[in-house]
Design a protein around this ligand. Structure first.
Ligand SMILES: [Zn+2]
Length: 213
């Protein structure tokens, strides 16, 4: 089966995920937000303990809190950063953003190696993740959906009882709302949603209780 381990990282309480096929041991790291040394140790210890092979460094989008650990993971495991290039501007803005928030940047962000677009399939062991393009929180926001396992990684598109902010560079409330309604709320009700911040939820729950949609 496809297993999911969540690490809550950095000052923004960002959720970084290790997603792995428990049979083949292949894994992807979704949104490497690891900032502090103990956060880096926690994920590498986990990968070692479970004997995982890191195949991908996937990003839902390229805001700084989802990228702090990208260089560390890329160097440690020899994987390139994969994301939608509509967010490339955000990657370039990370040093300025760190300055704005008074955060010391451990390492410059890695370059974007693999461009992911709507409908692209990333295989983790025997499980395909399909990329769904959901702009609105950022221009290149992607969700990753595994139909076989009924799980979705929503990044900062959808949270439990909330949605991503739309007042940052390239954001649009109208686009986010329309895209969630047409592309995310059409997934099966029992889909488990792993969010970029906060607790896990389901499509059914959000359709009923999300006050923003
Ligand atoms: Zn974000």
């Amino acid at each position: 089966m496809l297993k999911v381990k969540c690490f809550v990282c950095n000052t923004f309480c960002e959720n970084s995920y290790v997603v792995y096929d428990s049979n083949t041991k292949e894994c992807a790291i979704i949104d490497a937000g690891f900032y502090y040394a103990d956060e880096e140790d926690a994920v590498t210890d986990f990968i070692e303990r479970e004997k995982l092979k890191v195949k991908y460094l996937l990003n839902t989008h390229l805001h700084l809190d989802h990228c702090f650990g990208a260089t560390y993971i890329a160097n440690k495991y020899g994987v390139g950063l994969s994301a939608d290039n509509e967010d490339i501007m955000l990657l370039n803005l990370i040093p300025q953003q760190c300055e704005m928030f008074g955060i010391k940047l451990n390492a410059p962000a890695p370059e974007l190696k693999n461009i992911i677009k709507e409908g692209d399939i990333i295989k983790i062991g025997n499980y395909p993740l399909i990329a769904i393009s959901v702009p609105g929180h950022s221009p290149g926001s992607l969700c990753y959906y595994c139909k076989e396992e009924g799980i979705l990684f929503s990044g900062d598109v959808l949270f439990k009882e909330s949605i991503g902010r739309t007042d940052l560079y390239g954001g649009s409330y109208k686009a986010l709302n329309e895209n969630i309604t047409s592309k995310i709320f059409t997934l099966p009700d029992n889909t488990i949603v792993y969010c970029g911040h906060g607790p896990t939820t389901t499509i059914e729950y959000e359709k009923e209780y999300n006050p923003y949609l």
